[in-house]
Write a protein that binds this ligand. Structure first.
Ligand code: HEM
Length: 178
């Protein structure tokens, strides 16, 4: 059954799919780059990609949230049960929070550890945190558990999309499609 509910606007869809694609690459890159025994050049390339793409994701998320505050999303179709609307809102909020927390924790882990973030350094952005082993350690732990949590919530989000797209066919997925 197709629903006539309004689609998301172009910019909303752009932010959604751009962030989705980048995060889809970032998570495996993050887990692979910390493995022992990787060739140094592969590890360096993955770190370079991971740190700088993570900053790009943060910038996209800020723009996305600003845009969302100006243009709130259309409500879900009326035939979606109340508990699913509630669960969707909660998952989306947690995903937004994690998509801000992950780059911040990554940034603090790297800068407090005294390492470079090439794009920010090239633009002359000063380090916003002092060098501190303790701070770097706390941020590393947060980043690690955040990585597990974001992987779980993305899996839930994709399962929900498959359920709406394949089982219910209620137009919820089509609203975010290109
Ligand atoms: C949405 C953005 C991000 C996602 C989804 C993400 C995901 C991950 C994942 C899955 C790992 C492997 C698990 C772990 O050891 O923590 C990881 C590791 C790491 N990430 Fe990120 N990350 C993001 C942003 C960033 C940013 C912006 C930076 C730095 C500028 C960064 C720096 C690191 C570092 C240094 C590690 C290795 C941790 C260590 O063992 O020291 N990440 N990330």
């Amino acid at each position: 059954m197709q629903d006539e509910t309004a689609r998301h606007g172009f910019l909303t869809r752009f932010f959604h799919w751009a962030v989705a694609l980048l995060v889809f690459l970032m998570i495996p890159a993050g887990f692979v780059m910390i493995q022992d025994g990787l060739p140094q050049s592969v590890q360096n390339t993955l770190f370079l990609f991971h740190k700088n793409t993570g900053i790009l994701i943060f910038a996209l998320m800020i723009l996305r949230l600003l845009w969302r505050s100006l243009r709130p999303p259309p409500p879900l179709p009326e035939n979606v049960p109340g508990w699913q609307v509630w669960a969707a809102n909660l998952t989306h909020r947690l995903l937004y929070a994690l998509l801000l927390l992950m780059p911040i924790a990554g940034y603090v882990r790297v800068k407090a550890g005294g390492f470079p973030i090439e794009t920010l350094d090239a633009w002359g952005v000063p380090a916003l945190v002092p060098e501190s082993e303790m701070l770097a350690g706390i941020a590393k732990t947060l980043h690690f558990y955040g990585a597990l949590a974001i992987s779980a919530f993305i899996a839930l989000h994709v399962l929900a999309a498959v359920y709406h797209g394949v089982v219910r066919r209620d137009g919820v997925v089509a609203r975010m499609w290109t």
